[in-house]
Design a protein around this ligand. Structure first.
Ligand code: PBE
Length: 268
């Protein structure tokens, strides 16, 4: 039948991203939760490699199942759908939180206040991702353009905050477009306030230990409570959580092209 045909053609493989990403743990959970996925494996690669593989499959109208999430530009560029997840392996939509190191408020009160005020939406982030990925703009240029076009929102983060004189500020982030787009905005916001901002791209678990150990000042992409729960829970008391910068719009799941005639993970 149609479903088993897909399964063969897809080599019983879910195409994933970097092994440290929280969505990979959720996908491993799905392999356990769904009996029909008993013989399946999760292939790790990177966001870029996964998307390339997906685009090739779409070009040939072949079946493919990927680890997918929102916010992400792929849903704008391609006709895709989340598969229903009756076992809830991928959880509910979550927040994206801002985490800072202990002592930041004392050492850099101005940056602390800006990060505490920082709040935006999935649409905001998607605009930048689109410019970076589809328009092929340099991330920092895309971030600058967004800051220029969203003066009122940016002012609401910086209002009443004093400028500083070249203090160094270190942001650590993960290897995904969500993080690149967020950081490319905050770099400009903080530099306009006088900071010298350094950014480091690391694996997911190291974002958390870096902020907990005080090696980095902040991270802006904490997907909580579930996606990064395994990384966050052990260091929760060693960081300060400034709350959501994006509320309840971050979602995960298994994603397939619309032309595939299935609707649920149970149909794979
Ligand atoms: N993501 C994007 C990441 C967080 C941001 C969903 C790919 C993950 O850890 O799975």
């Amino acid at each position: 039948d149609a479903t088993s045909e897909y399964a063969e053609e897809m080599d019983h493989t879910i195409v994933g991203i970097d092994p440290g990403a929280g969505i990979m743990a959720a996908a491993e959970q799905a392999l356990e939760d769904y009996d029909n996925l008993d013989d399946w494996t999760l292939q790790s690669s990177s966001e870029t490699a996964m998307i390339a593989e997906m685009e090739e499959a779409i070009e040939n109208e072949e079946p493919i199942v990927i680890t997918g999430w929102d916010p992400h530009w792929k849903f704008v560029e391609h006709d895709l759908k989340y598969l229903d997840d009756p076992e809830m392996s991928f959880g509910e939509p979550e927040d994206i939180d801002t985490l800072v190191r202990e002592g930041l408020q004392e050492d850099h009160p101005e940056a602390y206040e800006i990060l505490d005020n920082f709040e935006w939406t999935a649409d905001d982030m998607s605009e930048i991702m689109h410019d970076i990925v589809i328009e092929e703009q340099d991330p920092l240029d895309a971030g600058q353009a967004w800051v220029d076009e969203n003066e009122d929102l940016v002012n609401s983060w910086t209002e009443g905050v004093d400028e500083v004189d070249g203090e160094t500020f270190e942001i650590v982030h993960g290897p995904w477009e969500t993080d690149y787009s967020t950081v490319s905005v905050m770099v400009h916001v903080l530099e306009d306030m006088g900071y010298d901002v350094q950014t480091t791209n690391v694996e997911a678990n190291y974002m958390y230990t870096a902020v907990a150990d005080g090696d980095a000042d902040a991270m802006l992409g904490a997907w909580l409570p579930d996606t990064h729960g395994d990384y966050y829970d052990p260091i929760e008391d060693d960081v300060e959580n400034l709350g959501a910068n994006m509320e309840a719009e971050a979602a995960l799941g298994l994603v397939v092209p619309e032309y595939m005639d299935i609707d649920s993970i149970e149909d794979l």
